[in-house]
Design a binder for this molecule. Structure first.
Ligand SMILES: C[S@@+](CC[C@H](N)C(=O)[O-])C[C@H]1O[C@@H](n2cnc3c(N)ncnc32)[C@H](O)[C@@H]1O
Length: 207
């Protein structure tokens, strides 16, 4: 199958309602990611700011916003129909169409959350570095979930099956990339409803 840009494929998915299936499929792991994130927020003196990168229809932004300690939450995604859907569901929310890695944010965040986005980039290792340097506040955290990685054998056919390029790294390669990007306190675990298919990695910006 020929390969298309991921944002085009997910634009089409939003038009036919497949974003809702993703939301259901990712909810189990995302709940653990948010539980971790909200726990770290308890140590912050002020209300936290957060961005969801590759936010799809914006469902995680709405979960972030509904937390009492959240002062600001926004979502970005490169698929027009995903962002249009997010704005239709939540007209007062902050959702923007942005293509990575080119997009540069105009502010920094206490939390960068991202589910099932990073491996669509050709160089996710460099994106982690840029997140660390330009997107995250000192003491802030990145919390990122991915289902496509070397040890999740079922996921290795996805680039062919979905018709989209994906960067395939092993768990160790991901952890090395987080360390090289500058993150400290790096934690990782695998989770899932039926099997432990989601690799969650979290790291803090201390320097
Ligand atoms: C698998 S979906 C996950 C969506 C959402 N995080 C969720 O869990 O429902 C991946 C999302 O990343 C977005 N995406 C992929 N590559 C991108 C890029 N280069 N720039 C911006 N968004 C991108 C897609 O448009 C898509 O909405």
């Amino acid at each position: 199958m020929s390969r298309r840009p991921a944002t085009e494929v997910f634009h089409d998915w939003a038009l036919i309602g497949k974003d809702e299936g993703m939301e259901r499929g990712h909810a189990f792991a995302v709940n653990e990611m948010l539980e971790f994130l909200f726990k770290q927020a308890e140590d912050m003196p002020d209300k936290f700011s957060a961005i969801d990168v590759g936010c799809g229809n914006g469902w995680v932004v709405r979960l972030l916003k509904s937390h009492s300690a959240c002062g600001y939450a926004e979502g970005i995604d490169g698929a027009s129909a995903m962002i249009e859907k997010a704005k239709t569901i939540d007209p007062d929310g902050y959702y923007s169409k942005c293509l990575l890695p080119e997009f540069e944010p105009s502010r920094k965040y206490d939390f960068l959350h991202s589910m099932e986005f990073l491996y669509y980039l050709d160089n996710p290792q460099n994106m982690l570095k840029v997140f660390f340097e330009q997107w995250i506040q000192p003491q802030g955290w990145a919390v990122i979930g991915i289902d496509h990685y070397l040890e999740n054998e079922e996921s290795l056919t996805w680039p062919e099956h979905v018709g989209v390029n994906m960067t395939t790294l092993s768990i160790n390669q991901w952890l090395e990339a987080w360390g090289a990007a500058g993150f400290s306190n790096i934690k990782h675990w695998q989770t899932g409803k039926k099997s432990a298919e989601t690799l969650i990695i979290a790291g803090q910006k201390l320097s």
